[in-house]
Design a protein around this ligand. Structure first.
Ligand code: UD1
Ligand code: UDP
Length: 374
């Protein structure tokens, strides 16, 4: 019996891991899959709701690290996770995406030797993505995690190119597709049953949906102010369109800290919500006229569902979403944002295609490879 530990901690990790867990359950006689939750995200609406909706069991281990500075958060994860590894001695560690929990777990795992005096192998799900912007904490997390990983599972062709350029052995790279899309496909029926549009009194294609949480956007008072101005301009050209803003806890904290709450609360047509559950959020995403976001995963979900996505960032580590999908990268350039909204309104916006292997079978590919390798 092989023992495999998955480490998750922040909202986008859960939907990437859920299909892998389901796949391992099909091989129960061969594999024990242990879920370690670092506690990087801990609010019910950032964590527990996803375990419930994605039908995940309670984590086997909860490290409870909470919010800290980058160094402190990673250090606490490392100290606690080392104890778990010493007790469990797994055959493999799987890490997901690009959050602090990902890099911290990878660093610890690669320094602990297994019974064959070798470091515990690490599998990185969603490997190879690069924004080429080292001011983003996620970029550092991605680069370091990839260097330490033995099995690198890539979601899009750019990932293969980036890893090869960085000198990663081709034999370690596997083009497996996107497990976040596996979750979306698996739960499409339940997503369609959400009553969230009724609850918010909005109608299909009569609203846009916003999420923002990147430090470059929300940790700056002037950028948060600029964003509120952009919302007002959108209102002027689209007075009949509601704007649903699902507010991330980091963003709420910064809006309050900079005392911008009055400005945001006074924007006409702006419906401010707490972070939404997975089914409600994806129901809204599928029914929206367009999305404005700085999220990584939402650029992919909109491409899969062919919903126009305006990304308020200067770059993307997911270029396939703008090259063949429905994503456009605008930063905070108001003119460009309004131009794209007009193109969406007039039906001229690009229609997009679904990237290769975003077919709901990525977790199966990954688990089949891992079962052969370990
Ligand atoms: C983290 C990830 C980011 C990812 C995002 C997904 C890192 C470096 N960043 O950013 O890549 O896109 O998650 O959502 O790993 N907070 C709460 N409740 C919670 C969690 C956080 O109130 O359950 C607040 C705290 O004030 C905290 C702040 O949000 O200080 C930021 O949380 P943190 O996990 O450090 O980073 P995120 O911005 O969530
Ligand atoms: N999401 C959600 N509720 C929300 C906002 C996002 O369920 O209110 C989901 C979204 O559908 C996607 C994931 O959370 O599956 C993306 O997480 P996030 O944007 O926090 O992180 P990122 O992808 O930027 O790292």
């Amino acid at each position: 019996m092989k023992k495999i530990i998955s480490v998750v901690g922040a909202r986008p990790n859960f939907m990437k891991m859920a299909p892998i867990h389901k796949e391992f359950l099909k091989h129960k006689s061969k594999v024990k899959h242990i879920i370690v939750h670092t506690g990087q995200h801990y609010d019910g609406k950032m964590s527990e709701v996803f375990f419930k909706e994605l039908e995940l069991p309670k984590p086997d281990v909860y490290l409870g690290v909470g919010s800290q500075s980058h160094a402190e958060q990673k250090a606490r994860i490392m100290i606690e996770f080392e104890k778990v590894l010493q007790k469990e001695k797994p055959d493999l560690i799987i890490v997901y995406g690009d959050v602090n929990s990902t890099i911290a777990a990878a660093i610890v795992g690669s320094k602990i030797l297994n019974s064959k005096s070798k470091p515990i192998p690490i599998a990185h799900v969603e490997s190879g993505l690069r924004s080429f912007d080292r001011s983003m904490p996620e970029e550092i997390n991605r680069i370091v995690t990839d260097v330490l990983s033995e099995y690198l599972f890539v979601t899009e062709p750019s990932g293969i190119r980036n890893l090869k350029k960085e000198g990663i052995d081709e034999k370690k790279i596997f083009f497996s597709g996107n497990t976040m899309i596996d979750s979306l496909k698996f739960y499409q029926k339940k997503i369609s049953k959400s009553k969230i549009t009724n609850e918010l009194c909005i109608t299909k294609r009569g609203y846009s949906l916003i999420t923002l949480h990147r430090p470059s956007n929300v940790d700056s008072k002037s950028n948060l102010k600029t964003i509120s101005e952009i919302f007002k301009s959108i209102n002027r050209i689209n007075p009949d369109t509601d704007i649903v803003f699902s507010v991330h806890p980091r963003t709420l904290k910064m809006i309050n800290k900079f005392r911008l709450d009055k400005i945001y609360n006074s924007i006409e047509n702006l419906i401010i919500t707490e972070p939404l559950g997975y089914f409600d959020f994806l129901n809204l995403l599928g029914g929206a006229k367009y999305i404005i976001t700085d999220s990584g995963g939402i650029q992919e979900e909109t491409t899969f569902l062919k919903i126009p996505c305006i990304t308020m960032r200067e770059n993307t580590e997911r270029p396939v979403t703008s090259e063949i999908g429905t994503n456009v990268i605008t930063g905070l350039n108001e003119k460009l944002i309004l131009k794209n909204i007009k193109s969406i309104e007039s039906g001229k916006f690009k229609k997009g295609r679904i990237p290769k292997y975003w077919d709901g079978k990525s977790a199966k590919r990954i688990v089949n490879i891992l079962l052969k390798k370990i």
